[in-house]
Design a binder for this molecule. Sequence first.
Ligand code: UDP
Length: 238
Amino acid sequence: MQKGELLYKGKAKSVYKTDDPDQYIMLYRNDTSAFDGEKVAQLDRKGLVNNHFNAFIMDKLAANGVATHFVKLLSDTESLVKRMEMIPVECVVRNLSAGSIVRRLGVPEGLDLNPPTFEFFLKNDALHDPMINDFHIISFKWASADEIQQMKTLTFKVNDILKDLFAKAGMLLVDYKLEFGRYHGKVMLGDEFSPDGCRLWDAKTREKLDKDRFRQNLGNVIESYEVVAQRLGIALPK
Ligand code: UDP
């Protein structure tokens, strides 16, 4: 697989073309950002940890019937993915209240949400990822009604699979964000699943083990990601 030109540099990952027009290389960098790119840092091993973490989760999801863009690991910081046309919305499911829902709705952190909530946000840092609904997505033609339904169904299916996976490893999946795209017209899960894009709490102590450690200056950010990986049985190179 030949690595071609840099196509896109995001806040934490870079995407490269390959000699196959249907496949891209995703490079996980150590760059870390929060608050729509306002707070940034370099965290040693973050690219490696998130790349391996994502590969494990994507394989787990695929084994449980969720189609994803992930093809295979290429190196400690690179993965081969299918070239998708991304849908510019973020799908967020919450099992417990935390983060923006606490600020927006004035509810306490840590409430059990039963049933879990589902929210769409527009992927746009300059606008601070505003919350949108199905009507915006259809009217502005970001996705069709059928694609919206598929994104909701797949996001909740991911919840069933991952809530259970993390519970068995002693953790609560508080919330997470997914992004979808189209591969030859079929809706598939894209982007990444790592502690950068979800909230994970220790089930007993409710200690935060995710990117809130970076957002809230709690320290031991990547050390906590590595604890999560270890509990899941993900083998990370030294
Ligand atoms: N999230 C993300 N990228 C974003 C916004 C949110 O990965 O641009 C994740 C975030 O890590 C959390 C979930 O989506 O797991 C819900 O985020 P929330 O709406 O609470 O926003 P936050 O307070 O995290 O900015």
